[in-house]
Design a protein around this ligand. Structure first.
Ligand code: NI
Ligand code: MN
Length: 230
């Protein structure tokens, strides 16, 4: 039975005993995380986009562990050629990539993607969502995105879990995330990308009430460090 642990913001650990996968591992500087980067030894890191609150500790962890790092194309090239991440695996929307224990298909996400180096921004690639098949389950990480109609197509993948941002300001807020849940039809919805700092503070309990009133999905509210067995 795979286990999904929220470690704050958009960072998650997916593990099944044999394999550990990290998603968007923003740990150092994350005000709500319960983990440290050097305690995690994943075989795989999945990235939705290049913003620092998603790439986070990827370079340090990947260099220490040799993890495979799967992302959209330009971010993968940048991680490999500029940052020296040997396991960087550039892919793109619609493509499915295998990793130890599962696969990931990259989907569109409506957002931007850049990385700050000093006082300039480099712009490696465009953002993605992730449809992850792992331990017999299908988990969609929407990444940072607004609501978009093609979430209906992603829902047709047959989702056990949909991880949705609800923080507003940089991503969709709770009202649009409820509409996303209506399109995705996942068995379980997990909100993320909220309550990391004041600008994205939201009421998870109110989101849960609305989703469960308007869809047949259940909402699992995790606190940072808390896990859900899938
Ligand atoms: Ni972002
Ligand atoms: Mn973000």
């Amino acid at each position: 039975m795979p286990k999904l642990t929220w470690i704050g913001h958009a960072a998650f650990i997916l593990e099944d005993g044999d394999n550990m996968v990290l998603i968007d591992p923003f740990i150092t500087g994350n005000p709500v995380t319960t983990h440290t980067a050097d305690q995690l030894s994943p075989r795989t890191i999945l990235l939705t986009h290049a913003h620092d609150d998603h790439v986070g500790d990827t370079v340090a962890i990947a260099k220490r562990t040799g993890a495979k790092v799967i992302s959209t194309f330009e971010l993968g090239i940048w991680l490999n050629e500029v940052q020296g991440v040997e396991g960087a695996t550039p892919a793109n929307h619609g493509g499915t990539v295998e990793f130890e224990g599962g696969t990931v298909k990259l989907t569109p996400a409506w957002h931007t993607s850049s990385y700050q180096v000093g006082d300039t921004f480099v712009a490696p690639g465009i953002p993605a969502g992730l449809v992850v098949r792992f331990g017999g389950k299908t988990i969609y990480f929407a990444g940072d995105t607004c609501l978009f109609g093609d979430m209906t197509l992603i829902g047709e993948e047959g989702l056990d879990v949909a991880v949705l941002p609800i923080g507003d300001h940089y991503t969709m807020g709770p009202a649009d995330a409820v509409r996303a849940a209506e399109l995705l039809k996942a068995k379980t919805v997990i909100p993320g990308h909220y309550n990391t700092f004041d600008l994205i503070s939201q009421d998870g309990h109110d989101f849960k009430r609305q989703v469960e009133a308007r869809t047949s999905s259940k909402v699992a509210l995790l606190a940072p460090g808390e896990s859900l067995t899938l």
